[in-house]
Write a protein that binds this ligand. Sequence first.
Ligand code: PAF
Length: 280
Amino acid sequence: MQIVQRVVEMQGVCRGLRRGGAVVGMVPTMGALHEGHLSLVRRARADSDAVVASVFVNPLQFAPGEDLAKYPRTFEEDCRALEREGVDLLFVPQAEEMYPGDAVTTVSVLGVGDRLDGASRPGHFTGVATVVSKLFHIVGPTRAYFGQKDAVQVAVLRQMVKDLNFDLELVTCPIVRDADGLALSSRNRYLSAEERKQALVLHQTMMRMQQIIAEGGRQSEALLRGGMEVLQRVAGVRVDYLSVVDAHTLLPVTSAARGSLVAVAAFVGSTRLIDNFLVD
Ligand code: PAF
């Protein structure tokens, strides 16, 4: 696995790959890799001639007071895992390399980027869209892989890819869970043993809402009532949002239909966790 830190070098290597006709699969990450990330890499490996990953804790997507400083950094371990999974090229820029002092351009996805997590974390998706568009320009992948766990991020990036005519396919891979149902997240590392147990309520809420739908209950109001009953059972869990929305626009829908997204965000202690499912 070749490791590159400089944008110009990365552009050169990726240009070479594309000139040789390679199908390039890209997996952008912020490191602290878990099985969820590795499932993206495996899918990219199966689909592509060359697999490119990036590890960059993007300061632009953290608001002041969020967890940028304490975000887990496990570079050596990440490298070993990526190498094991057959990644060909790893991009690990420093912050000054991605955002030199004179950089002033950002990418904002209006509307979609301001809903759900975008409403709770103002500016977050401008940070995400800016770094992902830069990575897409630097690498020029054929396909880029993202996890369905970050369903709101996926909606924002889909809109960005469409609006800015990025010539690539965005591939979404299923949520990977621990055996007890907790969706894998780099932030799960912040949880104490007690909080780890409390965090299960997010998945339990999603399961309850899936059950209501399976029993024929599609009205969002009833669904949200049923979900809230579960979610509010656990003291120590503070709900950020529980919503039934259109998966593309992220606007609320009155009744859940195929393509609706049911999504939850909640604080367990001081850790903000998310979960979701798509209605089929
Ligand atoms: O999902 C993430 O880890 C990040 O938001 C991403 C897409 C790598 C951009 O920094």
